[in-house]
Design a protein around this ligand. Structure first.
Ligand code: SF4
Length: 373
């Protein structure tokens, strides 16, 4: 298949058909770099060399009455996570500022639960006003569950820019992962968000036992619904959740999923979200050839890669972090350059495991002679 021709058609507004999408998902691993190259051409067209960094703030954890099977915070999860009610306004503001220090352009304020109460929205709106006073350029995204129109308006008026509510999977597969709310509920909330003038952010979670047809359907549905940004999550099978034993993805399959998202939604922000460390592994940087955005730091209840490693990966790719002042281009994960001592140079390489050369005869002589060998 001519993947670059598929990208050319996507540029003209024609997304891959369902049949082409299935062929893409089922392509051989050796063919995947050509698929990534086609998706990369679209990424470059719309986002150039830029990467947007996002930072999650978990303002309410656990204690959720819903039963989303993938989620460690659900009522059916036995995962030993931190559980707490809404953070104070000051804690929300401090966490948002920390995200900004990591270089995050977008700060995502996330609360567990089916949806917020009126008091929750008023509390969060007050904290958002304070964050916006300090960081007028930050994009604030809220993710609070199912939303009423008046609540969406209140959040927008407080300075919330975007609202996240993921479709997660196809309509056909939704009943397999949740029974306490429906796919239609989720689509409706995305509509409420759009109607209120918030930027709609909605994505999916893969590796939950969905078929390739389900993946194609959710990619096409996100296009149809018309969202601005698409987080692509890969299941973190957290022990204690009903999906703890699912492990079906490979790094190449993840890259094909990301590429399908890009080819179907060429000019939308594609964000690599939870699970990239586990499923893309050493191919994480290839993911950024397709996606233009990542989360930095920890996820809601799972640890993420060190922020300095993410920044190093972005810089190694030659990309530019949106909103970052230009200047020092050295990745922060690279420490001071240390020169080897003469004793280390002379130490025989066969003297034991790496790092123990100071115990060798030559090195101990060097120590005695003050490194004058
Ligand atoms: S509604 Fe949100 S917090 Fe609650 S179980 Fe589902 S995903 Fe988790």
């Amino acid at each position: 298949m001519d993947w670059m021709a598929l990208a050319g058609r996507a540029l003209e507004g024609v997304p891959p058909s369902a049949e082409e999408s299935l062929r893409l998902l089922r392509a051989a691993d050796v063919e995947t770099s050509a698929i990534v190259a086609a998706a990369h051409a679209l990424r470059q067209r719309y986002f150039g060399n830029t990467v947007k960094i996002n930072f999650l703030v978990n303002i309410k954890s656990g204690i959720c009455p819903e039963d989303c099977h993938y989620c460690s915070q659900s009522k059916v999860s036995k995962a030993p996570i931190d559980k707490y009610n809404l953070l104070s306004g000051q804690d929300i503001v401090s966490a948002a500022l920390r995200g900004h220090e990591y270089g995050a352009r977008r700060v995502c304020i996330v609360a567990s639960g089916r949806g917020p109460s009126g008091a929750d929205v008023a509390h969060i709106a007050a904290a958002v006003r304070e964050v916006r006073d300090t960081l007028p350029d930050a994009e604030i995204c809220a993710c609070l569950g199912l939303l009423e129109p008046a609540q969406a308006t209140e959040l927008r008026e407080a300075g919330v820019f975007a609202y996240n509510h993921n479709l997660n999977t196809s309509e056909a597969h939704y009943g397999e992962i949740c029974s306490t709310h429906t796919y239609a509920d989720r689509v409706e909330t995305v509509g409420v968000v759009k109607d209120a003038g918030l930027s709609p952010c909605s994505g999916a979670l893969f590796g939950m036992g969905e078929s390739d047809e389900d993946i194609v359907q959710v990619a096409q549905e996100l296009r149809r619904v018309g969202v601005d940004s698409i987080p692509v999550n890969f299941l973190i099978p957290i022990p204690g959740t009903p999906l703890a034993d699912r492990w079906s993805l490979t790094p190449w399959k993840c890259l094909r999923i990301l590429s399908l998202m890009r080819l179907t939604n060429p000019d939308r922000e594609i964000r690599i979200a939870g699970g990239r460390e586990h499923h893309l592994r050493s191919l994480q940087s290839m993911g950024l050839l397709v996606a233009n955005s990542i989360f930095i730091g920890d996820y809601l209840t799972a640890k993420g890669q060190r922020p300095e490693d993410d920044v190093a990966m972005i810089r190694d790719l030659g990309f530019e972090i949106l909103g970052e002042a230009r200047g020092d281009t050295r990745p922060s994960s690279v420490g001071a350059i240390a020169l080897k001592s003469r004793a280390e140079r002379l130490a025989p390489a066969t003297e034991g495991p790496i790092g123990t050369s100071e115990d060798c005869h030559v090195a101990s002589m060097a120590r005695r002679n003050g490194d004058r060998l």
